[in-house]
Ligand binder design. Structure first.
Ligand code: F6R
Length: 369
């Protein structure tokens, strides 16, 4: 049942190219238009949406954080992403023109379910992004876009996360397409690039041996820090979460721009810091800022583990370890940048003798609040 892998997690990491391709399947026509008729919210309603609110927990919340960047950029609709467990307790402002997106692999997470119930009581429309057919969250939503990751058995979410991202991009691009924005051309080209993503995830998986070797050398460390900017920030949070749950190590993710506001005090000799570097093409200002962040932490002794686009020569001199990923549009980079972090956490867990598929104290689906 583990298909020759030692752990379900390894199997599920390896299945990601297929999972991503399956989630795209049938949702883009030959002309490059999105066909999301299955999302039974009429285009006329989507055109009137004045605010998007995303609710989710854990890894799904990180997907939602990334979705915020995509939705605001491509649609210009204000979007907030909130932890489902915080949402209803602060009396959020919702109405008929609010589109709430609830993201959940299991479809049974109680916090997310309670958040969506609250949203519907206030008159908002709820779209679920879910991996489990017929589960409670999609049943209680106005519409659903299923991710086609297949069953995810390992407690730590991997392929579900990548497909949640794909689904979020599809929704963001669809909203952009339905409403018409100045990014029409960019939307078409991103849709084309999405079709390449499965191959690129596969390329990343082919090059993971050095990441596994590196992970094994860090098994006795107490702390690993993760830095990112823009969509690399939620990727950093996800890398840290994976490491906590699997390796039981102290791990924290930061927005790189926040370093000087506090976290830089944590940098001392030899502390491993994983940095997710945006493409040097595209929004190069993001790239240049993070290169100087890497220089700052390296000057203070950090051991830098840099995830950067292949051929990014400006950053290479500051990387103690360089993990190269394929070039993608800025907003899509999390689809390839997350994969090495999954492999890294899984390998560290193994090196520390932990139970990879069943981390201590955790359950696959959290059906209590
Ligand atoms: C992390 C992880 C959890 C889940 C969270 C939400 O690897 O698996 O953080 O992402 O409990 O679960 P779902 O997506 O089922 O609502």
């Amino acid at each position: 049942e583990k298909g020759g892998y030692d752990y379900f997690m390894l199997k599920e990491i390896a299945e990601q190219p297929k999972a991503v391709a399956d989630t795209l399947l049938g949702r883009i026509d030959l002309a490059g238009n999105l066909c999301l008729d299955e999302v039974r919210i009429p285009a006329s309603v989507l055109r009137e949406v004045s605010k998007v609110v995303i609710v989710a927990c854990g890894t799904a919340y990180h997907a939602g954080m990334i979705a915020k960047y995509a939705i605001e950029h491509w649609t210009r609709i204000p979007c907030e992403t909130e932890l489902a467990s915080e949402f209803r307790y602060r009396d959020p402002i919702l109405d008929q023109r609010t589109l709430v997106i609830a993201i959940s692999q299991s479809g049974e997470t109680m916090d997310t379910l309670m958040a969506l119930r609250h949203a519907r009581e206030q008159g908002a429309r709820v779209l679920a992004i879910c991996n489990t057919n017929g589960s409670t969250i999609p049943r209680e939503s106005d519409a659903v876009l299923y991710t086609h990751a297949g069953p995810e058995v390992a407690v730590a979410s991997t392929k579900a996360f990548l497909t949640q991202l794909v689904a979020c991009y599809l929704v963001a691009l669809y909203l952009g397409q339905v409403r018409g924005t100045k990014w029409g051309d960019e939307i078409l080209s991103v849709i084309r690039e999405l079709s390449e993503i499965a191959t690129q995830v596969d390329e990343v998986l082919e090059t993971m041996e050095p990441v596994r070797e590196l992970a094994r050398t860090l098994a006795d460390k107490n702390t690993v820090l993760f830095l990112g900017r823009h969509v690399g920030f939620p990727v950093a949070l996800e890398g840290a979460l994976k490491l906590k749950e699997l390796a039981y190590m102290h791990a924290e993710g930061f927005a790189a721009g926040e370093l000087k506001h506090g976290p830089i005090a944590l940098i001392e000799q030899d502390v491993p810091v994983v940095v997710v570097v945006p493409s040097p093409r595209g929004r190069s200002v993001l790239h240049d800022k993070i290169v100087s962040n890497i220089q700052e932490i390296r000057a203070r002794g950090a051991r830098t583990i840099v995830i950067a686009e292949r051929g990014d020569e400006t950053v290479a001199p500051y990387a103690d370890h360089l993990i190269e990923i394929p070039a993608t549009p800025t907003l899509l980079q999390p689809l390839v940048a997350t994969v090495p972090l999954q492999v890294f956490a899984c390998e560290l867990a193994t090196a520390r003798g932990n139970e990879v598929d069943q981390p201590r104290n955790l359950a696959k689906s959290v059906t209590v609040e």
